[in-house]
Write a protein that binds this ligand. Structure first.
Ligand SMILES: *Cc1c(COP(=O)(O)O)cnc(C)c1O
Length: 487
């Protein structure tokens, strides 16, 4: 992982593993429109089959994933996804079915779509689901479009503001503004719970709704949720539930019972699809009675005998994706939910919460625990507890890389200055947690006795500490060809 390995662009020694011309591909250069012809000769790598294999193998080993080590990234739920779900979703009959086939040939796929919606309804208490959105943020956008349409249908055109607490995930205000809403930020208390006075002041007849997550981004359960839902509903607004991370609630509490009208789920966090690196994901949107008719098309219905694809339903907001979203991802959720069953879904929540609390209790003498009460699936520390050398959360996380761990989420939620947000997830064993805890304690001691170890970390990785600001402002995302750079 740490040694320098050649990139494929550096192989240029005349070796050829595969040649288009030898395969007599008939490419008609004349047909390329003139202004699309390259002016400079294309510098392609030339590499043998073995070199190509080495390139890709080395690339794959540069990655750090759940399958290479512990990955306690708060709010992202990087848990292990059983391989059986991958296998099921790649069955040939799923992989080769096409949404444009006559529905009589697609009964199995339509049934799965229908069943997954029902399973998600049971889990969340919602009335109906659409599996069409591709990701969490896409689900948020769709949910907000539904809220918007709901007010439009009531000719309540003034409602163009969405309330969002300052502890929210960044996608919440982003989705609200993409949907054309103004966002009203309200302050939360130090534990991330909503400040009721701040909420009451924000409520008026221009409020379309509020976006919340529960447990909140501090890992705390919002105890006032029923009061919050009453206040928002009385003011004529709707409640949006950011259900990206449902593992703390599975089989325990239903968002619909908390008063939420619309929500999304991240299948790629809670329901067993690997994520990171851009997908594919799935962000199903669930709604209660108020919004059922507005759900996007296509939908699936069942008449007791056959499944039907519904297009162009009268009140729908229309299509928000091609066909049925990322269908294969939703098959993985189907396999995952059915293999656990009602009984064991609850144990996901038990283990997620137990693991987070085990880490919280084991580290609270060394790291500054923000809220000293039981957390849900994740725990937030505000840097070190004893910190004579002014070590930052960034230094701690860089040192973790030296010890072979992926760093936790840092500097989020924004309300905690030196936030270090750890989510162990339910799939890790006690032995793994114990090892991580001992490394975290070791780092806390090094921070006092030998701070340079942290300030100069990481040392064991190929790339040492980078300049975070220029990496963000001037990212170089492609291999720079030396000839191009000169010429
Ligand atoms: C991950 C996450 C999202 C966004 O989900 P994407 O699939 O990455 O778009 C939204 N809210 C919370 C709380 C999240 O953790």
């Amino acid at each position: 992982m740490n040694k320098y390995t050649k990139s494929i662009f550096e192989y240029n020694n005349g070796q050829v593993g595969y040649d288009l011309q030898n395969n007599k591909i008939d490419y008609d250069v004349q047909r390329i429109i003139n202004n699309q012809k390259r002016e400079k000769e294309l510098t392609l790598p030339s590499a043998s089959e073995l070199e190509v294999i080495r390139h890709y193998t080395n690339l794959s080993q540069k990655n750090f994933g759940v399958e290479s080590g512990f990955y306690p990234l708060g709010s992202c739920t990087m848990k292990y996804n059983p391989k059986i779900n991958e296998l099921v979703s790649s069955f040939e009959n799923f992989a080769t079915s096409h949404p444009l086939l006559n529905e009589k040939y697609n009964q199995g796929s339509l049934k799965i779509y229908y069943d997954v919606c029902n399973l998600l309804c049971n889990i969340t208490g919602m009335k109906a689901f659409s599996l069409n959105p591709y990701a969490g943020a896409h689900g948020e956008l769709v949910g907000l479009m539904l809220i918007k349409q709901y007010h439009m249908n009531k000719k309540d055109y003034k409602r163009n503001k969405i309330i969002i607490p300052d502890s929210a995930h960044g996608t919440n205000p982003a989705s609200a503004s993409v949907c054309g809403f103004d966002t009203i930020k309200i302050t939360s208390n130090e534990d991330g719970r909503i400040n009721l006075d701040s909420l009451k002041k924000a409520l008026n007849d221009e409020i379309a709704g509020i976006m919340l997550t529960n447990p909140n981004t501090m890992g705390m359960f919002e105890k006032d949720i029923l009061e919050i839902s009453k206040l928002v509903h009385q003011a004529g607004g709707l409640l949006y539930y950011d259900g990206a991370n449902l593992n703390a609630l599975l089989g325990k509490v239903k968002p619909a019972d908390m008063g939420f009208d619309v929500m999304h789920i991240n299948i790629h966090k809670t329901f067993s699809t690997p994520h990171g690196g851009g997908g594919p994901g799935s962000g199903p949107v669930g709604v209660n009675d108020k919004l059922v008719d507005l759900l996007p098309d296509p939908k699936v219905s069942f008449d007791g005998k056959k499944y039907h694809a519904i297009e162009n339903s009268k009140k729908s907001i229309g299509r928000i994706s091609t066909f049925y979203g990322n269908f294969a991802v939703n098959i993985k959720a189907y396999a995952y939910i059915l293999s656990l069953g009602q009984e064991y879904l609850g144990s996901v929540a038990n283990m997620a919460v137990l693991n987070a609390n085990y880490i919280k209790e084991s580290l609270k003498d060394y790291y500054d625990l923000v809220i000293n009460e039981a957390c849900k699936h994740e725990v937030v520390f505000n840097g070190l507890k004893t910190n004579p050398n002014n070590i930052k959360t960034l230094d701690i996380s860089k040192k973790l890389l030296d010890y072979g761990y992926h760093a936790p989420t840092i500097y989020f939620p924004l309300i905690i200055e030196q936030a270090l947000m750890i989510e162990p997830t339910e799939t890790e064993s006690k032995a793994t947690l114990d090892e991580f805890i001992s490394v975290m304690i070791r780092i806390a001691k090094e921070a006092i006795d030998n701070p340079d170890l942290l300030l100069n970390a990481p040392q064991n990785t190929y790339i040492k500490r980078i300049d975070e600001v220029s990496a963000a402002r001037h990212p170089i995302l492609k291999y720079k060809d030396i000839k191009d750079a000169k010429g």
